[in-house]
Design a protein around this ligand. Structure first.
Ligand code: NAD
Length: 346
C-alpha cells in the first residue's frame, strides 16, 4: 500500500473482511489533524482490491482538503465497500460496516456517498454513533446531504460565471450536467430555477427522461456530454473524467461540478488552464454536503448558519480564481496550498 501512487502519508488504512456477511471494505484515514476523519462511504463494484484501495486513498485525502478548506473541525477519511451487494444481504452488510466503524472508536465518521443512501446509514447507526446523514428528525437538520451539495455547486458555478464571463446571472447560459443522481438532480432544479438551459446525460435513461419532462432538458449521449457546446460543464457522476484528451476537446469555458477527483492527472488541469478553461477545484465547490453533515453530527441545528457556510463557497472560489490568475498558477494548486495551510490541529 505504501507504494501505491495514491498513498499520501495516510495515518491509517483498515481492510475490513466479514466472512459472515461477505462485507469487504476499506476505511482510509488520511488525517485527524483537525478532528475525527470524516467522509462518506461509497458502494462500488471495483475491478479488484487494488482499485478499491486506490479509490479510498484518493477520496480520503480529498476529504482532508475539503474539510480543512470549509473550516470544519474534521480531518479526512473515506470508506469504500466493494460491491456488488445482493439486496437480501444489504442490511447485514451495512450492519457489519457499522461495527467496523465503531471499532475505530471515533477516529472515522461515516455518511453517504455514491451508491449509499439514508436507509443504509440508519442501519449503520444501530451499530455506532460515529455516523451522520441520518433520517431527518422533525425540526432538525439532517438526512441526505445532496441538496446542500447541489446548492453549493450552484453557488460555485455562479462564482465561476462571474470570474470567467463577467456575468451576474445564469439566465440563458447553457449548462451541461453529467450524472443526474442525488446531486445532479438537485443541481438541475437549482440551475433551471435561475434560467439556465440544461443539457444532460446519464447512463440511466429514466433519469434523463425525467429531466426532459421537468425542464425541457436537451439529452446527449454520455460520451458527448463533457465536450458538448456549452458555457459550463458540471461533472456530477464519477471522478477521473477530465483527462488531458477531454480537456483538449472541451468547448465550455468553465468546469464546475460536484464529482470528487474530477481531474484524472495534474496534466489535465494544466491543459484546462492553457486553453483558458476555468476549473473550480472539486473539493471547494462540493463542500455543501459535508457542511450539513458536520452540523448534523455536532447537533448545530441552525439552518441560517449552514446557509452562511454554504454561501461562503462563492467568495472562497473567487479568492482562488483571483490568486490563480495573479500568480499564474493552476486553480487546484492554489486550493491545495490554502487547504494544506489549514490542515493543522484546531
Ligand atoms: P449518485 O450515485 O446518486 O449519482 C451518480 C449518477 O451518475 C447516477 O445517476 C449514475 O447513473 C450517473 N452516472 C454514472 N456514470 C455515468 C457516466 N459515465 N455518464 C453519465 N452519468 C453517469 O451520486 P451522487 O451522490 O449524486 O454523487 C455524484 C458525485 O458527486 C460523486 O462523484 C460524489 O462523490 C460527489 N459528491 C457527492 C456529494 C453528495 O452530497 N451526495 C457530496 C460531495 C461530492
Amino acid at each position: 500500500m505504501f507504494d501505491l501512487p495514491a498513498f499520501d502519508a495516510h495515518e491509517k488504512v483498515v481492510d475490513v473482511n466479514d466472512p459472515e456477511t461477505g462485507l469487504k471494505a476499506i476505511i482510509a484515514i488520511h488525517s485527524t489533524a483537525r478532528g475525527p476523519a470524516a467522509g462518506g462511504c461509497r458502494l462500488w463494484t471495483y475491478a479488484g482490491a487494488s482499485e478499491a484501495r486506490t479509490d479510498a486513498l484518493r477520496l480520503s485525502r480529498g476529504m482532508s482538503y475539503k474539510n480543512a478548506m470549509a473550516d470544519l473541525p474534521f480531518g479526512g477519511g473515506k470508506a469504500v465497500i466493494m460491491g456488488p451487494v445482493e439486496p437480501h444481504n444489504r442490511e447485514a452488510v451495512f450492519a457489519a460496516f457499522g461495527r467496523a466503524v465503531d471499532s475505530l472508536g471515533g477516529q472515522y465518521i461515516t455518511a453517504e456517498d455514491v451508491g449509499v443512501g439514508v436507509a443504509d446509514m440508519m442501519v449503520v447507526a444501530r451499530e455506532t454513533r460515529y455516523v451522520s446523514g441520518l433520517a431527518k428528525v422533525k425540526g432538525q437538520v439532517g438526512g441526505d446531504p445532496s441538496p446542500f451539495t447541489a446548492r453549493g455547486v450552484r453557488i460555485g458555478i455562479e462564482a465561476a460565471v462571474k470570474a470567467r464571463l463577467n456575468r451576474d446571472s445564469l439566465d440563458g447560459l447553457r449548462i451541461a450536467v453529467q450524472g443526474l443522481g442525488h446531486v445532479g438532480g438537485y443541481l438541475c432544479d437549482e440551475l433551471y430555477e435561475r434560467g439556465a438551459k440544461l443539457i444532460v446525460a446519464d447512463i440511466n435513461a429514466v433519469r434523463t427522461e425525467e429531466m426532459i419532462d421537468r425542464y425541457g432538458a436537451e439529452v446527449v449521449d454520455v460520451k458527448d456530454i463533457l465536450t458538448v457546446e456549452a458555457d459550463v460543464v458540471a461533472p456530477c457522476a464519477l471522478g477521473g473524467i477530465i483527462t488531458p484528451e477531454v480537456a483538449e476537446g472541451l468547448r465550455a469555458g468553465i468546469v464546475a461540478g460536484a464529482a470528487n477527483n474530477q481531474l484524472s492527472t495534474a496534466e489535465a488541469g494544466a491543459v484546462l488552464q492553457r486553453r483558458g478553461v476555468l476549473y473550480a477545484p472539486d473539493y471547494v465547490i462540493n463542500a455543501g454536503g459535508i457542511i450539513a453533515v458536520s452540523a448534523e453530527y455536532h447537533e448545530q441545528n441552525d439552518p441560517a448558519a449552514i446557509d452562511a457556510q454554504i454561501e461562503a463557497i462563492g467568495p472562497r472560489l473567487h479568492d482562488i480564481f483571483d490568486r490563480a490568475r495573479k500568480e499564474h498558477r493552476l486553480t487546484q494548486d492554489v486550493a491545495d496550498t490554502l487547504a494544506r495551510a489549514k490542515m493543522v490541529r484546531v
